[in-house]
Design a protein. Sequence first.
Length: 402
Amino acid sequence: MSQPKPTLLYVTTELPYPPDSGGRIKSFRLLQFLTAHFNVKLICAFGGKRKKAVQALKEAIPGLQHMQVFDNHQPRTGINFFIALMTAPSFNAFRIYSKELETMIKWSAEASDVVIVDHAETIDLIPEEFKGKIIYHSHNAEFKLWSDFATMRGTFLTKWMLEWEASRVKQLERYAIKRSTFTFAAPNDQEALMSELGLESGQFRTTYHLGNDALLKLDPIDLESNKKEVFYAGTLSWEPNRDGIHWFIQNCWPKIYAKEPNAILNVCGSGSDKALSSLMKQTKGVNPLGFVDDLEPIMQKCRCAIVPLRFGSGMKIKTFDALYRGLPLVTTSVGAEGIEIENKKHAYIVDEIDAFAETVISVLNDTKTATTLRDQGRLISKEKYNYHSMLNSMLDDISAIL
């Protein structure tokens, strides 16, 4: 007689559907995999108003034993930020909290063999008296994001407030890791968390935040036959993405366009603010496409991809997607963090404005070298960064504590 499946409670911030951004993609793929090995119960703090998405997730992962989706998502306002300072361990923990959600998690946790808390703020929803097994699934070294936000803001008061929040998030992440049996984190985030929080390597297990590895199955793009078009995709409501593409369009693209007046920059992604939207409309050669449901036709006609991130943490989905699809990639050291790719072998990794612009120009013109580089980038992605091996490794780590 086969043994019954263990019960796993997965607590996350938002409904991971549709899987159209970094955090959602990882959570969706992980849940999809775990249902084959566990009786999975899913609790989401917000997303309940998206009824069609809730139903679509049930259909996409029919193995989910139970799903409860709340709609706790306080807006990002100054007043809420100050309330959070007084009442919650972090701003994001305040934004998703409700007594009803906390109670539901308490009941569900007690009837589970293991609980996965997805994102640091969800650890605050697990009752202190719960003594069962907890696994923290980190998507980023979140304190680092807040610290980086602080460096980008102008006023002394804003910087001070963001640094204060960074210190609070650092404490919450330390608490989440120390309270958990172990923590799943990307290699670069493990380094940041160990260095800043004084933690040991034995408290971590390795995971990756990958993109759409199905792109590896597509035929290589014929770069030589394509026009001089550049590909960018990212959720523009996410501050690191918005800052990065704004920096590129404002500083790098004019230098590129001056030498390549027929070049086109295709920007895919929704959520841009007024400043970025205005910049894209006013800058020659920039083609703002907004949200694009199917990126393949856009990627298929381009000669290179850019990931011009200046800050952030975790592994970058858009970096992987460019590597998977075989678009020659020009990125920054931040965009390449945590991924074992070498400059000028698998991708171009440059941080200075002039160097970034000149590299894009070179890739647009030297398709022979660009093709060799992209082939190497695609090969290392196929060998080291695929969902099959990563998810099975995570399963081994989870099973080892049961």
